[in-house]
Each structure stands twice: as structure tokens, then as C-alpha cells.
Design a protein around this ligand. Structure first.
Ligand SMILES: O=P(O)(O)OC[C@H]1O[C@](O)(CO)[C@@H](O)[C@@H]1O
Length: 438
């Protein structure tokens, strides 16, 4: 993690050459934080890739969206490039224009931010990073010909295609399994490690899952820092079996495939009658699942020449038609800047809907950041405390560690990991499975 040196930028913007202090909101203001590196390097790179792809794929886009989309393509490439500049200059977080369903929510949120915390580097990292992805969406929404264009679609589909071997191996290994704690816990762990394959940590560079996924679950056991799988099993095994499990999706490609494998097990073994999937309403953190990615994945599998994958795709399509798998209605809260502890007040209807579930499974690093509220908790603080009252029902988080915040570790564990590798929190090498009961 090394950012380009720019003393002028740091002085002009009051950047503090330190790590995030304890008990503080994470922010790019702290030069030795991952947030600073993210805004100086990772996000500008993501934006440059979007602008370059618009230019590169212009002919294809014209063929899909009509010959008169040319001006929109150019305009959007310029606007994305401008957004990159705004970030690199620590520009302000401005109110959104237009009539998108979440404009009011966003503007009300931004209005309440203190003025000195309303720029990319001074705002809480969670707010400014979510703002950037919402801003890209606003650029495209403002051009009617390209408003339905998912500028991350191709990357997500490529990720799925690159994962076929791993998908097939997992499918074959899971066709005959039992309802028992051991199998369930293996599937949860398989699902956790699927979170390694996300495109935003690599600024869009593809990661191909290789090797036998179940062997990896065993090999990776020392990297699993908190294993709450026994408590998750107890919660779900003890439930009536006719309830609901909610999965808050993270990434498309291999990870969503492992989500579906877990969901299939939950249905097949009578652990719940329905699994509801919560997707993103707008293109988000490059590889997050949107509704069209869900349907595309099922169709991609159903059309696959290998009969095992094709049967799986068809089975999951049937589950969807029968309501055993359900895509929840689009919910803007998932693409808002709000931490989850504020859900009950800001989006009571969503909170009430989640209360219907026996278990909620939050996938991935960004959901973890929203559960903990992008805050530098002591690494030994309890998960329950960090949730700040967000307890709609039993919930768990499956997260590979890709950002510099964590809780629930044993005394001295973080210190040992730092002594081994200063950047252990940024690599996705380690994972946590944490559970909180209702
Ligand atoms: O797909 P995930 O696991 O939510 O990860 C999202 C990525 O975005 C970040 O939250 C910030 O860019 C990283 O911490 C993480 O690499």
C-alpha cells in the first residue's frame, strides 16, 4: 500500500500523517489508513477504467443503445473523468439532482453532515466511498439512453465465466449431503472464502478461484480468526423450518454461486422454507450483485454444456418460480451511506421485514463496515457492542478482512498478526464468521 507522495495536497487538505486513532470514524484524512490509499489510488483507478471502457466499447454500446447514444457516451466518459479529478482534489460532497428514488434520502443525509466533514478526504470513509458509487450512477441516470447500462456488467460476467471449474467442483461435491452441523458449517466456510473473489479490492482485476474449494476450507482454518459457525447452526437448526433466511448479497461471480449453494442446502434440508436475496439497486463497488446479475447467473448455469451445472441452474430457476428463492424488492437503503444501526429509524419498513427472518447472513467486507459503522473499535470489543443495538433477529457476518477495522478478536491476536504482516487487514487473506443472537 503506497500512495503517490504529494506534500502540497496533504498540507492543503489538513491530512494527518498517522493511523486512524482509536474510537474514531475511519476517514481518508488519516494518511496511514486504507481509506487514504483508497481515495488516492484505488478509486481513481476504478474511475479511469470506467471512462476508458466507455471509449473502448463505444461501437458495441451504440449497437445496443442506439446510434444516438454517442453524445451520452462521450458526456459520461468526461463526467466520470471529472469525478476522478474531484476526488483527487478533495472536492465537496454535493447534493444530488434529479428524481431518482433515493435522491431525497441521500440529500437529507448529506445536509446533516457538518461542513468540515463534507469532502472526500474529511468525511467518514463509508460515506464518501458510497457517495462516489452513487455519483457514478447519477451520471448515467442523467442520460436516458444509458440509464439502464450497468458499466460493471462485463466484469461481473467475466468473473463468473472464469469460475466455472471451481463452480463445477463445488457442485459435484455437494450433490449428496446430509442435514448435519458438520456439513452446514463447511458450506458456511466455503461461502466465507468465496468473498475473497471481489473485484473492488483489486480495482477491477479478475481473481480466478483455483484448487479444490473444500480442501481450501481445511487449509484456511488457521486464517479463520473467529468461527461462529456452531452458533449459526444452533440458531437455524433449532428453528421451525418453515421460516425465512435473508442473505444480504455481496459479489457476483463465484461468491454469489456459493451463496446459492448455501441457500439450496437450507431449502433442501428443511432449515427454512424460503431464502430471500437482497441485491443492490444500482451498480455498486464494482462486483456487487444486482437483480439482473442474479437472473443472468441462473441462466448462465442453466445454459451451461455441463449437465451438472445446467441442472443446478434449472433447479434454482425452479426454486425462484416456486418462491423458495426470492429476490427481495429493490431496496435503496443497501446503497445508501447509512450504517446499519441507523436502519430502524431511517428505514423502519426494512427493519421490520428483516425481523421476519430466522437468520440474516451479511456477506462481505462492505456489509461488515456498515455493521460496525466504519469505526476504529478496539480489536477485542465484542461484536454485540459494535452493532450498537442493530439486532432485528439472529444475524451473522461472513467477511474476509479487506479493510482496517475489526472486532471480537482474542487478547493479543491483532498484535501478533501485525507483527507478522503490517498489512494483514487489507489482503482478504483472513476471515471472520461472527454471530449475534436476537
Ligand atoms: O466486496 P466486499 O467484500 O464488500 O469488499 C469491498 C471492498 O471495498 C472496500 O470496502 C473498500 O474499497 C474494501 O474494504 C473491500 O475491499
Amino acid at each position: 500500500m503506497s500512495s503517490p507522495p504529494d506534500a502540497d495536497f496533504d498540507v492543503k487538505n489538513g491530512i494527518i500523517d498517522a493511523e486512524t486513532p482509536p474510537h474514531t470514524e475511519l476517514a481518508a484524512l488519516y494518511k496511514q489508513s486504507f481509506a487514504y490509499y483508497t481515495f488516492r489510488v484505488r478509486l481513481p483507478s476504478t474511475l479511469a477504467t470506467i471512462a476508458a471502457s466507455l471509449v473502448k466499447d463505444k461501437d458495441e454500446l451504440l449497437a445496443t443503445y442506439g446510434a444516438d447514444a454517442g453524445a451520452d457516451i462521450e458526456r459520461n466518459a468526461a463526467a466520470v473523468t471529472q469525478l476522478r479529478e474531484d476526488i483527487l482534489n478533495n472536492g465537496p460532497l454535493l447534493a444530488f439532482e434529479g428524481k431518482d428514488p433515493d435522491t431525497q434520502m441521500w440529500n437529507a443525509f448529506l445536509e446533516k453532515l457538518p461542513k468540515e466533514k463534507r469532502s472526500y478526504f474529511t468525511a467518514c470513509w463509508l460515506y464518501s466511498e458510497c457517495y462516489m458509487y452513487r455519483k457514478i450512477s447519477a451520471i448515467f441516470q442523467a442520460t436516458p439512453r444509458l440509464s439502464a447500462f450497468d458499466y460493471f456488467r462485463e466484469q461481473k460476467q467475466t468473473a463468473a465465466k472464469l469460475s466455472v471449474d471451481a463452480m463445477l467442483a463445488v457442485a459435484k461435491a455437494t450433490r449428496q449431503n446430509e442435514r448435519d452441523s458438520g456439513t452446514f458449517r463447511q458450506l458456511i466456510k466455503l461461502n466465507l472464502w468465496g468473498n475473497r473473489c471481489d473485484l473492488s479490492i483489486t480495482s477491477g482485476k479478475q481473481v480466478k478461484p483455483t484448487g479444490n474449494a473444500f480442501d481450501q476450507v481445511t487449509d484456511l482454518e488457521p486464517k479463520l480468526l473467529i468461527d461462529g459457525t456452531a452458533a449459526i447452526w444452533q440458531a437455524i437448526d433449532g428453528a421451525s423450518g418453515d421460516g425465512i433466511v435473508d442473505i444480504i448479497f455481496d459479489n457476483a461471480g463465484y461468491e454469489v454461486y456459493t451463496d446459492l449453494i448455501l441457500a439450496e442446502y437450507i431449502i433442501d434440508k428443511g432449515l427454512a422454507a424460503k431464502v430471500r436475496f437482497n441485491a443492490k439497486a444500482i451498480p455498486w463497488f464494482i462486483s456487487d450483485v444486482m437483480a439482473h446479475d442474479y437472473h443472468w447467473t441462473l441462466q448462465f448455469l442453466a445454459d451451461h454444456p455441463d449437465p451438472v451445472l445446467s441442472e443446478l441452474g434449472k433447479k434454482w430457476q425452479r426454486f425462484t418460480a416456486e418462491g423458495k428463492f426470492e429476490l427481495s424488492p429493490l431496496e435503496q437503503f443497501w446503497t445508501s451511506p447509512y450504517e446499519f444501526y441507523r436502519m430502524r429509524e431511517e428505514k423502519p419498513a426494512l427493519y421490520a421485514r428483516l425481523q421476519e427472518a430466522e437468520l440474516i447472513i451479511f456477506k462481505g467486507d462492505l456489509n461488515y463496515r456498515k455493521l460496525l459503522g466504519d469505526f476504529s473499535w478496539p480489536s477485542t470489543e465484542s461484536f454485540a457492542t459494535c452493532l450498537r443495538g442493530f439486532r432485528p433477529t439472529n444475524l451473522c457476518t461472513l467477511r474476509t478482512v479487506k479493510a482496517d477495522l475489526i472486532c471480537g478478536l482474542g487478547q493479543g491476536v491483532a498484535e501478533q498478526l501485525f507483527a507478522k504482516d503490517k498489512e494483514w487487514m487489507l489482503t482478504g487473506e483472513y476471515g471472520v464468521i461472527q454471530f449475534a443472537s436476537k
